[in-house]
Structure formats: C-alpha cells, structure tokens
Design a protein around this ligand. Structure first.
Ligand SMILES: *Cc1c(COP(=O)(O)O)cnc(C)c1O
Length: 406
C-alpha cells in the first residue's frame, strides 16, 4: 500500500521487529497497554514448565534459582530505569507495590499527613492511597491537584509526592528530577510510578534521586498479561523501611520458620509471598530483547514515530483533536487524540487491524513501541484511520457496543 518510508532505511532498531511475534495484518499501537510476545518466550516457558517444574520439581527452587528470580528479574529492569543492581525487585502487581512503597514512605515522615498526587495519575494509585489512608486511620489527607500545579503544592505538610511520570491518557511527562528535588527541599519523599516509562524512554532514578518507584511488567517490558510488576527503593532508604505486608519472603530467614518477623537486608524485604515463577520466567525472558538496546535509540525512534503520527493525522484526519503535548520532549511514547465517537472509531480501526485503545470519555490512545514498529506502519495506520473517518464506516451498532475492557 505504501512505499518504504525513508526514515526506516536508517533505523538502527529495524531488525528488532524479527524478535517479536506479530500477527499478520496487524499494526500494533497498544504496546503501552500490553506488549507484544517476544518469539523466544513460549519455548522458554515450555522449558520452565516441562524441564524445570516437570523434572526438577521442588528441587528447582535451588537448582534453577527460582528463589532468586524476583531479584534477578529486578536487576535486569534496574538497568533500564537508571537504578543500581540490588535496588529493584519484580513482584506482585503495580497496585500492591504502590501500597507497599507509599506505606513505607509515610512511615518515614510520621509527623506529616499529606499525600500529594495529581488528577492525571492512574486511578488505581489514587484508590490504593485512599485505602491506605483509611487503614492507617492517622488523619492522612490525599491531596489531588492539577498536574501543572504539583510543584507549587509541595508544602511542609507533604509527606510523600506520589506521581506517575507519564500520564496514561495524554502521554504528558513530569520532570522527575525537578519535582523530586522540590519534594526533597520541602522535606518530602518522592514516589514515581513508571508504568508508562520503563522500556519506553530513558529513566534515571539514581540521577533524579527518586526515593521509591514502581512500574508494570506487561506494558513496554512485554512480560505478558498480568506480568509481575517491579518496585524500587533507593539504596540509602532500604535499611530504614519495611513492607506493610510482612510476608515470609521478606523475612531474614524464611526457612528458619521463626514466629517473629525480621526483615531481610536489602530490597527483598519488600517482597511478600511465594513468587509466581511461570509469570516471572516470561518477564525475565522477555527482557532479553533489551540486552543489546540503548534506551537513547528507543527514545529517538519513539519521538520520530510519534511526530510522524501527529503530522499524518493532522493532515488527513482534521476531525480529531490532539490531546497530547505537541512538544515531543513533554511526551512519553504515546499520542492521544480526542473525538466524540472515539470508542466506535477505535473499534472500527481494530477491525481493520490497527490496534490502539480508548480511554473515557473521548480519548483514542496510540502507543509507539520502537522495537516492533516502523515508520511505514504509522503511515499505513493513519491511512486506514483517514478512510474510516471519511467513509464514516465506524458508525455502526457493532462498533458502538462497549466491551468490558476498553
Ligand atoms: C497500568 C498502570 C497500572 C496498573 O496497575 P496493576 O496493578 O498492574 O493493574 C498502575 N499504575 C499506572 C500508572 C498504570 O499505567
């Protein structure tokens, strides 16, 4: 349909597409929600199931180092988010990890009662903060401000500033280093949710001096549906915090079966129960594709793809309104457009093989994953979008019927 795009000829990541199992005829613009399956992962999982579980049985906790898989997987993620080895662990869900790090942060600032966040944060983070507030019953307040007002709202009452770096709806990026510095100047701690950052853009937790971070394994890290999440605690804080979920995997000596809880030294104290080995193995293996990749190359291509997308959509689909920052420096690796009937348009697009997603009330969201997308894919996707809008082929009852997951 389209000739090769010139930018694809000089793309240093072009060959990475081969590492992924993309269905024929699909242009996948939803890797920000569920990453694509790397081709080698099914064989690896089959090996873990038959070779390790099936053959080694319980011995595999030692012989195949299952017991260290949360820490080993964490170390691989650490490299992608500017964190030192031993500061990240892969475990639980992002929601559960938000609970753990927020509780840890509040315990370090017992005299302060405000949790500061913004209304661009992903709702689960806010729900977890509300739940923790009720559970603690110590008079905490969850203060939610507009994203641009966060900096000015970091007052001496604030215990923790809890933010998602890249807005899930618009892709707007917070300045992590600047807001963390302002939090510290006011005596507060900084918690960052990297759900839409890890694997999507260069992150420097150490350079930003972030205190805590969490993020998803199933988005840009391609760990599979419901993959374990990750959790970071700055090395200098690890000895001063404990998890509110004091399970045996965080114990100094789980197999001593003591009746008292004593947290182990290091990041593993933030783990809770027996790790999900099959899911962790998929995430651990999926991270192979990042081994020889420079996050700066990912970022460069991500900007190039998203700039091309915006140019094409604005030229061919004037009905849509850009909902993301126009400045690529202020955006993560996704672009959103508003359209009143965006849900139906997105369903029509998906029916034609262009997969993005929709966020209420009217946001059509497109994610750009440089490891498996080309510039040509972008041009083709927008051409299909133009056709759907021009012919109004989206205006059919089957495209308007809302599914449970949007
Ligand atoms: C996707 C996402 C989550 C998801 O949390 P789960 O516990 O994995 O369901 C949390 N926070 C943000 C910012 C997200 O984008």
């Amino acid at each position: 349909m389209t000739d090769r795009h010139p930018a694809d000829l000089t793309d240093v990541l072009a060959s990475k597409k081969e590492a992924f199992q993309l269905p024929e005829g699909v242009i996948y613009l939803d890797g920000n929600s569920l990453g694509v399956l790397p081709k080698h992962v099914p064989d690896r999982i089959a090996e873990v199931i038959s070779g390790e579980w099936g053959t080694s049985l319980i011995r595999a906790w030692n012989t195949h180092s299952w017991i260290d898989l949360p820490a080993r997987t964490g170390d691989r993620i650490a490299r992608l988010i500017g964190a030192p080895a031993g500061s990240v662990v892969a475990c639980d869900s992002t929601s559960v990890n938000v609970f753990k790090v927020l509780s840890a942060a509040l315990s370090l600032r017992p005299e302060r009662k405000v949790i500061l966040s913004d209304n661009g944060n992903f709702p689960t983070d806010l729900y977890v903060a509300s739940g923790l507030k009720l559970l603690l019953d110590k008079g905490h307040e969850l203060r939610i401000v507009d994203p641009q007002d966060v900096g000015a709202s970091i007052t001496a009452e604030v215990a923790a500033v809890m933010l998602t770096q890249v807005d899930y709806r618009t892709g707007r990026v917070h300045d992590m280093a600047d807001l963390t510095r302002r939090a510290h100047e006011a005596g507060a701690l900084a918690i960052w949710d990297l759900a839409h950052s890890a694997g999507a853009l260069p992150v420097d937790l150490t350079g930003a001096r972030a205190d805590f971070a969490v993020g998803c394994g199933y988005k840009y890290l391609n760990g599979g549906p419901g993959a374990p999440a990750f959790l970071y605690v700055a090395p200098d804080l690890q000895g001063r915090v404990t998890s509110p979920l004091t399970g045996w995997m965080g114990h100094e000596a789980p197999f001593a079966f003591d009746l008292d809880y004593r947290p182990v030294t290091g990041i593993s104290r933030m783990t809770v129960g027996t790790p999900a080995i099959l899911a962790l193995s998929a995430l651990h293996a999926a991270l192979d594709v990042f081994d020889d990749v420079d996050m700066a190359d990912i970022r460069r291509k991500s900007v190039s793809l998203s700039e091309l997308f915006i140019t094409e959509v604005e030229a061919k689909c004037p009905q849509l309104q850009l909902a993301s920052p126009r400045d690529p420096e202020a955006r993560g690796s996704q672009v959103s457009f508003r359209f009143e009937d965006g849900y139906a348009v997105m369903q029509a697009l998906i029916a034609r093989g262009v997969i993005g997603d929709f966020r209420a009330p009217d946001v059509m969201r497109f994610g750009f994953t440089p490891l498996y997308l080309s510039h040509r894919d972008i041009v083709e996707a927008v051409e299909i979008l133009r056709d759907i809008l021009e012919t109004q082929s989206w205006n059919r009852p089957e495209f308007r019927a809302r599914a449970k997951v949007t």
